[in-house]
Design a protein around this ligand. Sequence first.
Ligand code: GDP
Length: 313
Amino acid sequence: MKTDARIYVAGHEGMVGSAICRRLLQKGYRSVITAPRKALDLLDFISCREFFERERPEYVFLAAARVGGILANSTRPADFILDNLKIQTNVIELAFRSGVRKLMFLGSSCIYPRMAAQPIRESSLLAGPLEPTNEPYAVAKIAGIKLCQALRKQYGFNAISIMPTNLYGPGDNFSLDHGHVLPGLMRRFHEAKLEGLCEVEVWGTGEPRREFLHVDDLADCAHFLMMHYSDAEIVNAGVGMDLTIAEAAEMVKEIVGLQAELRFCESKPDGTPRKRLNVDKLAALGWKSKIALREGLATTYAWFLEHQADLRT
Ligand code: GDP
């Protein structure tokens, strides 16, 4: 991928797409193509076809998706499966038909079976039943992987798939109900601090374990794999360590400077008990994460403080 290559980043308004754009610009790429949601509806095949015919990208990072935390996934399962199937099918098919040289599809660690052996190897895909709270989203992502693999096998299309663990960082969804755990807690704890509350809610038992990767690390990894990996097999992207939600909540509490007690609210779902990724494959390819969780949370909190006025609610 030369620095004058025409590179389309689908989903550049989201946390992942915007981080990939930042990384590409830092690396000196001069022809990064983006299209705002208002100008290009990725759910609409005809608009997408016109876009690909007009822009003729050579490389595509497919970071556009409907995403959300455990509550959003469990209450809006139809939106999660339908929108993701449409967006990814439109972009992958049109990238293939318009002669794109290489495409990267971004999946998620929730594609793996709920009870997969830990840390989860790429070979665990489709080896058992999925976690019910995000099964529709996971099924859509698995369809995306299979589409990439099928186009490679039948037509030689260079599509690769990367499976990031739970992501966080600047540009995340800090909504109290719809986003993921770290931005949700950061905002709730911040508001509790301002209101001087003595008790704050954390969903579930606090016992599930999660692994967190900073989105700038992920963007660096995505660029690295675009340069150095061209194979059908999916690649995990993670940090290789996890912690409990209770431990993560304590860390967020410290960074926000909240004094209150944490109250675990067991009426909210825990989701999958554990989903730490095995990152041996990525390490063997020559990449490892650089941003420690505490440091990443501190810069994310600084970003939140700076942008809170214009965040999604
Ligand atoms: P998941 O990894 O797909 O389950 O996604 P989430 O990031 O939404 O949730 C991770 C874990 O954090 C689950 O066990 C949640 O119950 C727990 N959790 C605790 N407090 C919160 C919160 O305020 N928001 C979210 N989204 N999850 C929370």
